[in-house]
Design a protein around this ligand. Sequence first.
Ligand SMILES: CC(C)(COP(=O)(O)OP(=O)(O)OC[C@H]1O[C@@H](n2cnc3c(N)ncnc32)[C@H](O)[C@@H]1OP(=O)(O)O)[C@@H](O)C(=O)NCCC(=O)NCCS
Length: 155
Amino acid sequence: MDLELRTTEQSDYDAIATWIEDATSCSRWAGPLVPFPFSARELPELLSVKGGSSYSLYDSNNNCIGFGQFWVVKQGAVHLGRIIISPEARGFGAGRLLCNKLMAKAMQEAGAARVTLRVYRDNAPALSLYSSLGFSIIESESTDNLLLMSASNAE
Ligand SMILES: CC(C)(COP(=O)(O)OP(=O)(O)OC[C@H]1O[C@@H](n2cnc3c(N)ncnc32)[C@H](O)[C@@H]1OP(=O)(O)O)[C@@H](O)C(=O)NCCC(=O)NCCS
């Protein structure tokens, strides 16, 4: 699949805002700090994380079809967040590619050998994706609803 990671622009946030249909999908994607509804103009601020990098995934027709972020949690370790693929593009391998590209970027930019993320226990597609990428659950740092997962960055 011919997909490319690029720095996120406002037009991407405009597209992403149309992918979030309700409060549940909003909090599953972005966590409890992003309210629903929100305006696309507010998204860069709402999603900003200190020391974080945001990237968009583009298809070969120059459409933004995905988004994700990472931020350094400690030296050599980054946290992935806000991973999303547009509803129309799901199920064709774009999510896996997005995660692989973000992890490679994290290695390149932050030398991250360890990657963590959080996912709701009932988010079956995401949980299955992360497990297949080699992430494992850290139960001691998970709650009844929210899992912490960790993987070594082999890129
Ligand atoms: C999670 C998400 C990014 C997956 O993106 P995607 O492009 O559909 O994923 P892919 O096509 O690359 O599939 C990769 C793996 O994910 C899992 N997966 C994808 N869709 C699935 C579904 N509907 N049910 C169960 N597993 C699924 C499978 O393990 C799949 O591997 P396989 O194709 O070898 O079976 C996408 O569903 C999404 O954007 N969800 C809404 C936002 C969200 O919940 N983000 C996660 C925040 S933690």
